[in-house]
Design a protein around this ligand. Structure first.
Ligand code: PMV
Length: 308
């Protein structure tokens, strides 16, 4: 009998990059956008079927550097089980290298399905810890925010090294998520910020402190449901991300397109240097913002409601 599992995409509402340097960040799941892993037992050796990346081969035929192969090795070693005979099919609706947690979501779905195949129930925290190991292979200094929010699938306030805190929300709100279509791997953006930090440590630390202050104020705005304040803090966070050096002209144009269409706030989300922009909508304002962001050059746009 086949087994299947899924995992959601995510956005970082505020605090990316500064979170790698110990400041807090807020992340939200996107439950409607998901990665899937299905395992079908067969008589032939373990085979990976990932049509979106053009892979359909036995594990021993694939490069050991293939990202999913590395993940599979980690999962099998953590669970102390060898990969069984059969086909693992991996698909995803999440744009890749777009700041939406595609890699962590695919890994989470794989961990969940193999845990089911091996009949080894894992807590969300155990799944998240295994996915974190995979994240470390892809970019050496992950904060852990992606695996945490995707593993728990609920809004989180995250500070590296501490257990994530549940994030009380005063009410629902609408977000528009727009992928610019420009690609940048997280590790490239993180490394570029690291170079800037080596060049000007006090200056970058000041920027990270300001990001941390925005996050603290945003947590309060979220708690009382003050969307105007939340939007202003997102706009301030975007200015700080520009100063940190990870925005681009296209991301800036998408931010402007959202604000022109009435967004309460807009910013890049995730690693930047490409990837996605998120915009906070007024009630009922999402369609106009989505249209404006498409006209501004977005390759892919989704609207979502975040629920308490
Ligand atoms: O993986 P992305 O593109 O969503 O970005 C992760 C956020 C960073 O703060 C840039 C890196 C990290 O590990 O937290």
């Amino acid at each position: 009998m086949s087994s299947s599992a899924t995992a959601c995409a995510k956005v970082i509402l505020l605090g990316e990059h500064a979170v790698v340097y110990g400041r807090p960040a807020v992340a939200l799941p996107l439950p409607e956008i998901r990665a899937r892993a299905e395992f079908i037992p067969e008589s032939y050796p373990f085979t990976l079927d990932a049509p979106q990346i053009g892979v359909n081969a036995r594990l021993d035929e694939l490069s050991p550097n293939n990202a999913i192969v590395q993940v599979l090795r980690i999962v099998s070693s953590r669970l102390g089980e060898s990969l069984p005979a059969g086909r693992l099919r991996v698909t995803s609706d999440i744009p890749v290298a777009a700041g939406l947690g595609s890699g962590a979501a695919v890994t989470t779905a794989i961990v969940r399905v193999l845990a089911a195949v091996f009949d080894r129930p894992l807590t969300p925290q155990q799944v998240s810890a295994i996915v974190f190991e995979g994240e470390r292979v892809f970019h050496t200094t992950p904060s852990g925010i992606d695996n945490t929010v995707i593993g728990l699938e609920r809004p989180v306030l995250f500070v590296g090294g501490s257990p994530p805190e549940a994030l009380p929300l005063g009410g629902p709100f609408d977000l528009v998520v727009a992928d610019s279509g420009d690609r940048c791997e997280t590790r490239v953006a993180v490394e570029s910020v690291r170079q800037s930090w080596w060049r000007d440590t006090p200056g970058m630390e000041r920027l990270f402190d300001e990001v941390g202050e925005c996050v603290g104020l945003a947590v309060e705005a979220l708690r009382v449901g003050s969307l105007g304040d939340l939007g202003r803090l997102m706009n301030r966070n975007q200015e700080l991300l520009e100063a940190i050096g990870v925005s681009t002209p296209l991301l800036g144009r998408l931010v402007a397109a959202a604000r022109d269409a009435g967004a309460l706030g807009a910013k890049l989300s995730g690693a930047g240097m490409g990837g996605s922009v998120i915009a906070l909508a007024t009630p009922g304002g999402s369609p106009a913002m989505a249209q404006s962001m498409r006209a501004g050059g977005a390759a892919w746009v989704r609207t979502t409601t975040v629920h308490p």
